[in-house]
Design a protein around this ligand. Structure first.
Ligand code: KG4
Ligand code: ZN
Length: 348
């Protein structure tokens, strides 16, 4: 089956085609992406209304682009998949509306995909794909979660952030330092020139004994430190960035290792935008090597939002027999949608 996937949950419009007909993981035939980063940069963050309007402008040309890249025509598409949530309501509605109208006009089924399931399965498109079961560390702009992943569609939440996500901690701290949106990659770049031990910043919930995270205190500590530095902030910015990154990475690393110890599993999958962080990858690789744990990441360009992961998740759910495909085109989006809610439907 040829699956067309459409992602429009936040500030990236992504479209992709996968083929599920082989024996293994769906094969990525083509994908195309438009990032709105430049457009939102002037405002220091995502402006939801502008995001929705830009998705409308981009989505059809991107669909045409993936079709031509794969040398495929619309009637050859068997299923149209879109991100149903979580995300910005208006932005999600664009993808959902386009997917449903396209599917209706082609008389093909349509399916809504969970954005985090897309992130979580995205390492299956890498050169070193994981095997089930594994622990997943999901670190995106809005979520920080540790999940036990048994197989496609079977996700048990082990722990999550009780306030800010790790991506938010990166972004908000970067904003305090006057770095452009999105802060994460800018802070990471600046941190390369700084001393990670320069400032003592808190590692919230590090010794809480559970697998939950908290990052809002860290952001407050960065603010306090920035105020204390006053005019010296500019000169010490790289040190503050490196110290902030060190605090976030240490918490993510230690909690992930606790999850590995508690579950006894030997495979870790890291997914979501923060999974692109080079320092996180470096430290995780070193610790996992010592402990005999295999760690898997998505390809760098598929860490942040994209259509490939949505087409892939749809394709893998279809292969696993988890979808009861229907030709109904009424849709609702789910701006808030816990991943653990998409457990296999016993009625199928
Ligand atoms: O998964 P994603 O693209 O969007 C959501 O689903 O939220 O993640 C975006 C997040 C942002 O917070 C961004 O700053 C962060 O990922 N990010 C990074 C890096 N690249 C992206 N954070 C730290 N280091 C990076 N290299
Ligand atoms: Zn995402």
């Amino acid at each position: 089956m040829i699956v067309l996937g459409i992602e429009s949950s936040c500030d990236e419009t992504g479209v992709a085609l996968v083929d599920t007909s082989g024996a293994g993981v769906p094969v990525l035939l083509s994908h195309a992406l438009h990032s709105q980063i430049e457009m939102h940069q002037a405002y220091g963050g995502v402006v939801p209304e502008l995001a929705s309007r830009d998705h409308i402008r981009r989505v059809l040309p991107l669909i045409a682009e993936v079709m031509s890249q794969a040398n495929c025509t619309l009637p050859q598409v068997d299923v149209v998949a879109y991100t149903r949530g979580p995300g910005l309501a208006g932005a999600l509605l664009v993808g959902a509306g386009v997917a449903c109208s396209l599917a209706a006009s082609l008389a093909k089924p349509v399916m809504g995909v969970h954005h985090l399931e897309g992130h979580l399965l995205s390492p299956f498109l890498s050169a070193d794909p994981p095997e089930f079961p594994f622990v997943a560390l999901l670190v995106s702009g809005g979520h920080t979660q540790l999940m036990w992943v048994d197989r496609v569609g079977s996700y048990e939440l082990l722990g999550e952030s009780i306030d800010d996500a790790a991506g938010e901690a990166f972004d908000k701290s970067a904003k305090l330092m006057g770095l452009p949106y999105p802060g994460g990659p800018h802070l990471a770049k600046l941190a390369e020139q700084g001393d990670p031990a320069a400032f003592k910043l808190p590692r919230p919930l590090l010794h809480s004994g559970d697998l939950d995270f908290s990052f809002s205190g860290l952001k407050t500590a960065v603010l306090t430190q920035a105020k204390k530095l006053g005019d010296d902030l500019e000169a010490r910015k790289a040190d503050l960035a490196a110290s902030t990154q060190a605090a976030i990475v240490e918490v993510l690393l230690k909690k992930s290792m606790s999850a590995m110890a508690q579950t006894g599993l030997k495979r870790l999958v890291v997914a979501g935008g923060v999974g692109a962080n080079a320092e996180l990858r470096r430290q995780l690789n070193a610790v996992c090597r010592q402990r005999g744990i295999r760690v898997h990441y998505p390809e760098l360009h598929l860490c942040t939002d994209n259509g490939a992961m949505i087409a892939l998740a749809a394709g893998m759910r279809l292969q696993a027999g988890l979808e009861n495909l229907q030709m109904t085109y009424t849709f609702d989006v789910k701006p808030r949608w816990p991943l653990a809610e998409i457990i296999p439907n016993p009625g199928l």
